[in-house]
Design a protein around this ligand. Structure first.
Ligand SMILES: Cc1cc2nc3c(=O)[nH]c(=O)nc-3n(C[C@H](O)[C@H](O)[C@H](O)COP(=O)(O)O)c2cc1C
Length: 174
């Protein structure tokens, strides 16, 4: 089995970024599993004073999900020319993890689901992942613009071209 942990940078219930990752999870076929991380709203504000055992339980759960994943797949909106604060907070909690399976050297890629470019968020994500020493898999990163209209009532994207591009992302990251 190969496990990819999918992490959305948006907390919005109708998020296009989360829909993209949810669709990727639906597309994954054995022996590939895409697990959608859903704990971002539970993470405490990053505080280096708390970055030691015992970790706050939501942080321990995040790190455990990262440890057991073979790769990470992100999709995030841009807020005010940068990464959403909640998502940067999540990334900050990954930096100090010195345990086996941490984000250090882990293969990572991201999907840019914005229809408007959102290039500052992409640049910022690359910078932060560089500080984390993640292994960026450039050939798996893709611009796949999505609007709310593309999301079916069940929360996934049915457009065939989008699904094919998502499947290609998964294949490259795998
Ligand atoms: C407060 C706020 C600030 C935003 N700032 C930007 C921005 O700087 N650049 C951009 O391209 N989009 C910006 N947007 C638009 C969002 O990135 C866009 O709505 C995106 O689809 C939200 O992602 P989601 O659907 O996954 O929640 C902003 C939206 C909000 C609510």
């Amino acid at each position: 089995m190969t496990t990819i942990l999918a992490i959305s940078g948006s907390l919005r219930a109708q998020s296009t970024n989360t829909a993209v990752l949810r669709t990727a999870a639906e597309l994954a076929e054995s022996p590939l599993i895409v697990e959608l991380y859903e704990g971002m709203s539970s993470l405490p504000h990053f505080n280096p004073d708390d970055d030691h055992d015992p970790l706050p339980p939501p942080v321990a759960a995040l790190r455990n999900s990262i440890h057991i994943a073979h790769a990470l797949l992100f999709s995030t909106p841009e807020y005010a020319g940068a990464l959403p604060g909640s998502f940067k907070n999540l990334l900050d909690w990954t930096i100090g993890d010195d345990q086996p399976g941490s984000i250090y050297a882990k293969p990572v890629a991201w999907i840019n689901a914005s229809a408007h470019g959102a290039s500052d968020a992409q640049t910022s994500l690359r910078l932060v992942l560089g500080f984390a020493h993640a292994r960026i898999v450039d050939e798996a990163c893709a611009d796949i613009p999505i609007t709310t209209n593309d999301i079916a009532p069940n929360g996934v994207i049915s457009d065939r071209a989008v699904r094919e591009r998502l499947a290609a992302v998964l294949a490259r990251l795998r």
